[in-house]
Design a protein around this ligand. Structure first.
Ligand code: UD1
Ligand code: CA
Length: 452
């Protein structure tokens, strides 16, 4: 049986007070709509149909052709939104999940489990519910003899119905054909004058159809309507990722101060110190020490490497390497094994060979550095002439004296030395010493004369 999804995302999201359409807000490093689409696809949806209206252009610019679009020009309610979306699949058989663009915590696992139950029980509709202490504002699940018979909205509920703590998560699975025929019977005869999708449940039940319910954790149906709920969704997604790492054998200290994205993996026995951010696509090895105060974005890190109080972006760092404190590794760098990148060292678009030491106060940009090279303190690779960037090559086993300027493009051949304070503009041959600075002049007694 084919499975589709219709994701309702035409609403304005007034309470966010944002220039962005609400489903494009970010929680846990990804937009809300991307999270919902990923959950739908993860549960097996063959196609996701997103109902857009408010901020339609922004939504299309973001989602591109990864989804199908349906337009809702007037916001006449959730039932009306589904009427627009069902156009695409009206002629198909199978099931459709109805999801909301502002419930980013729903998981593919929960949708799968609900869908399996829906199929096993032969239901026309399955509603995803949750039980909570404060049901105010949500639609209530009204059961008779244990079976769901209808959903009532807060504004339409009787005093007795308002005491019900089982709520509508706003997510459903329907048989496509049965949903389509029930939608034709919807009216807007209710407190809000809207076409309520929730009324479809009562309609199907009255026609003798089977309506099921799948109860999820309240967390999974948490809706994002304002900035506080956005922060809460972000916190909960982060907590899931931090817990995932700990389950994988990673020691996270002060977990509430650590941020971990969905696409981050870390090997066992690695320790993550407080105030560390691991984001983008990160793959970190075993037995590492990361943090405190460290940000790694889309980096690969080998085993047994230490990165403290540093930032590394879109780069590869090998095994047994020490980075920081206060190092800045900029995109497209490849740092090998058993390397030291010490304090106040900046590396950009450079390849650093195994065993090289760049201990302090050095800039290495646009360079290919060999193995076992030693950089003295205060070395600068002068990669920019004001118009163009140039590359510098430093071969294996070189010794770069303190405060050397390497004016790019320039090559220092294997095993060569540069004298401290040199400004190197020409190739240094293999095993040579290059001295490129004025000789010291000593003027005896000069200072005494000046003081008189
Ligand atoms: C809805 C449910 C309620 C449920 C709650 C869960 C109805 C009538 N009520 O209420 O039972 O407990 O969700 O969060 O369905 N949307 C459109 N077009 C519209 C109206 C809404 O696309 O014309 C979209 C919104 O952008 C949003 C979603 O549908 O993504 C839900 O709409 P919203 O107005 O937030 O529904 P609730 O009043 O919260
Ligand atoms: Ca509403």
């Amino acid at each position: 049986m084919e499975l589709y999804s219709i994701i309702l995302a035409a609403g304005e999201g007034k309470r966010m007070k944002s220039k962005l359409a609400k489903p494009l807000q970010t929680a846990g490093g990804k937009t809300l709509i991307d999270r919902v689409c990923a959950a739908a696809s993860g549960a097996g949806a063959k196609e996701n149909i997103v109902v857009i209206g408010h901020g339609a252009e922004q939504m299309k610019a973001h989602l591109g052709d990864s989804v199908k679009y349906a337009y809702q020009t007037e916001r006449l309610g959730t039932g009306h939104a589904v009427m627009q979306g069902i156009e695409y699949i009206r002629s198909r058989s199978g099931a459709v999940m109805i999801l909301c663009g502002d419930t980013p915590l729903i998981t593919a696992e929960t949708l799968c489990a609900a869908y399996d139950r829906h199929c096993a029980d032969g239901c026309a509709a399955t509603v995803i519910t949750a039980v909570c202490d404060e049901p105010y504002g949500y639609g209530r699940i009204i059961r008779r003899g244990g079976e769901v018979c209808k959903i009532v909205e807060e504004k339409d509920a009787s005093a007795e119905e308002k005491t019900v703590c089982e709520i509508n998560g706003g997510m459903f699975i329907f048989d496509i054909q049965k949903l389509d025929s029930a939608l034709k019977k919807l009216t807007c005869d209710n407190a809000q004058g809207e076409y309520y999708l929730t009324d479809v449940i009562g309609i199907l039940k009255n026609e003798g159809e089977r309506v099921g319910a799948y109860t999820a954790e309240f967390e999974e149906i948490l809706g994002v309507n304002d900035r506080m709920q956005l922060a809460e969704a972000d916190r909960l997604i982060n907590l899931r990722n931090v817990r995932r790492l700990m389950t994988d054998g990673v020691q996270v200290l002060n977990p509430e101060t650590v941020r971990v994205g969905d696409d981050v993996s870390v090997g066992c026995d690695t320790i993550i110190y407080p105030n560390t951010i691991l984001e983008g696509n990160c793959e970190i090895g075993e037995d590492c020490v990361i943090g405190p105060n460290t940000r790694l974005k889309s980096c690969t890190v080998g085993d047994g490497t230490e990165v403290q109080s540093s930032v590394a972006l879109d780069s590869v760092i090998g095994s047994g390497t020490a980075v920081g404190p206060f190092a800045y590794i900029r995109p497209n760098s490849e740092i090998g094994d058993n390397i030291k990148v010490g304090d106040f060292v900046e590396v950009k678009n450079a390849k650093i060979g195994n065993g090289t030491k760049i201990a302090h106060l050095t800039y290495v940009g646009d360079a290919d550095v060999g193995e076992r090279v030693n950089f003295g303190c205060g070395t600068v690779v002068v990669n920019y002439d004001g118009i163009h960037k140039h590359r510098t090559i430093i071969e294996d086993d070189c010794f770069i004296g303190c405060n050397t300027n390497l004016v790019s493009p320039v090559t220092v051949r294997k095993g060569a030395y540069t004298a401290a304070g040199s400004t190197i503009t020409d190739e240094v041959p293999q095993d040579a010493l290059a001295i490129a600075r004025a000789r010291q002049v000593v003027k005896e007694g000069w200072a005494k004369g000046k003081k008189k």
